[in-house]
Design a protein around this ligand. Structure first.
Ligand code: HEC
Length: 209
């Protein structure tokens, strides 16, 4: 009896193999090798094709849905690099440690708008609200680093003293976007234009003494 099992096992083993090196032979759990997942970038819509892989639950059988309207593209937004005055669409791919470069080159997209002068008071007021919501708990109402969280978190500088007083608008925007040392990035919470509004307000706090 034992020998029958051995013969069956050996024959299965032998007939499973194929001569062609590119053929994996008989597969026992083929879902393991050939993913049943929908492929968004290689969608086959022809129902007669053996590899047909369209999602019947989506309109037009699409595997990948389009993002909802008004979705923000992360790291892809208009900004003004080089201070030419015009807003140029370019991906902001400056290294997160490049404070000096951003400090020198990055200019406010709000200031390059023709109606900036007329709107500046409103923008500053909006910047103050955003600052109060996102920054003041660490940096304090007047930017002295004495917010309730800042007192415990420690190491929060005053905006109006030392090197930080000299931080340019690009430098402050870069700090909000990427964070700096113990300060975390706020890029996921604050859209680029709102960051510039905060910068306007932080600049008034830098110049308070
Ligand atoms: C969790 C607390 C916390 C929050 C919230 C926070 N910061 Fe900071 N911030 C810090 C700390 C700590 C530092 C010092 C970082 C360092 O050690 O270089 C700092 C540094 C800075 C600096 C100085 C950067 C430099 O040149 O050294 C600026 C400007 C700044 N923050 C702006 C902001 C703004 C604007 C917001 C709100 C969008 C904000 N921070 C939110 C903790 C915070």
């Amino acid at each position: 009896m034992k020998s029958i099992y051995t013969i069956v096992a050996i024959s299965i083993f032998l007939i499973s193999c194929k001569k062609d090196f590119n053929n994996t032979g008989t597969e026992y759990a083929n879902e393991m090798y050939h993913s049943e997942a929908y492929e968004p970038l290689s969608q086959i819509v022809d129902t007669k094709n053996a590899d047909y892989n369209s999602n019947p639950n989506n309109p037009y059988g699409m595997n990948m849905r389009k993002p909802v309207s008004n979705t923000l593209k992360i790291n892809k937004f208009n900004f003004n690099f080089g201070g030419s005055g015009s807003v140029i669409p370019i991906t902001y791919h400056v290294n997160k440690d490049s404070f000096d470069l951003s400090g020198k080159m990055l200019k406010s997209t709000l200031k390059s708008k023709p109606n900036f002068a007329a709107d500046s008071a409103v923008l500053l007021e909006q910047g103050k609200v955003l600052y109060t919501n996102f920054c003041s708990h660490c940096h304090g109402e007047t930017g002295q680093g004495d917010g309730e969280v800042g007192k415990i978190y420690k190491g929060v500088p005053s905006y109006s003293k030392g090197r930080v007083k000299m931080d340019t608008e690009g430098h402050i925007w870069h700090t909000i976007t990427f964070g700096r040392n113990r300060m975390w990035s706020h890029a996921s919470q604050i859209v680029p234009e709102d960051r510039w509004k905060i910068v306007l307000y932080v600049q008034t706090l830098q110049n308070q003494d």
